[in-house]
Design a protein. Structure first.
Lengths: 114, 113
């Protein structure tokens, strides 16, 4: 089955700086890569996703890049703000069998220092 | 009900007892999932359902069972709870197998003592 590795487990950046979280996956058939944000005590919520026919996607301060050859994808947050502090999870799935569920990375605790 | 709802929010359960976690969605989503979240391990899939009447095993199915009698409901049952099942449980749903954006419930914090 799919295996997703996520790094780093903790990331501390100064407010206003950029943050980058990286994930690798093992199953070359995976074609859907979402990122979820989870604030303390809350449910995970989708912030951005990318499909395998696209190399990059951007939504305001958030961008995701995908390298299918290397089987890795990254989340980029620019101009970080205090409300970006949370745990971020990457995930992968083969949406052809998408209801098999997402395989998640173990999460990155992002801390924005004032 | 708006979206996806879980009950109870939290529960303390004696080891050996049977427990059913409830999950209901009103979005008419075909696919539903149960995940458990443990510190340092992320979210791991327990069971899933492609559509009403079908279920499948995820990464960590042992000790859990599910049913999908209709589109809206996807209960998770622990037949005989053990302390290692102490976790936060999230139910999720997605529209269909071609749209895998998953919407999560608010979670159930279960402690088995």
């Amino acid at each position: 089955g799919e295996n997703v590795e996520q790094h780093p487990s903790t990331l501390s950046v100064q407010e206003g700086d950029s943050a980058v979280i990286k994930c690798t996956y093992s199953d070359s058939a995976s074609n859907y890569f979402p990122w979820y944000k989870q604030e303390l005590g809350k449910r995970p919520q989708l912030i951005i996703d990318i499909r395998s026919n696209v190399g990059e996607k951007k939504d305001q301060r958030i961008a995701v890049t995908l390298n299918k050859t290397a089987k890795h994808f990254s989340l980029h947050i620019t101009e970080t703000q205090p409300e970006d502090s949370a745990v971020y999870f990457c995930a992968a799935s083969n949406s052809g069998g998408g209801a098999d569920g997402l395989t998640f990375g173990k999460g990155t605790h992002l801390i924005i220092q004032p | 009900i708006a979206g996806i709802t879980q009950a109870p929010t939290s529960q303390i359960l004696a080891a050996g007892r049977r427990m059913t976690l409830r999950c209901t969605q009103d979005m008419r989503h075909n696919a539903m999932y149960w995940y458990r979240q443990d510190l340092g391990l992320g979210l791991r899939l327990i069971h899933y359902s492609n559509t009403a009447g079908t279920t499948g095993k995820g990464e960590v199915p042992d000790g859990y069972s599910v049913s999908r009698a209709n589109t809206d409901d996807f209960p998770l049952t622990l037949a005989s709870a053990v302390p290692s099942q102490t976790s936060v449980y999230f139910c999720a749903s997605s529209r269909d197998i071609l749209n895998t954006e998953a919407f999560f419930g608010q979670g159930t914090r279960l402690t088995v003592v």
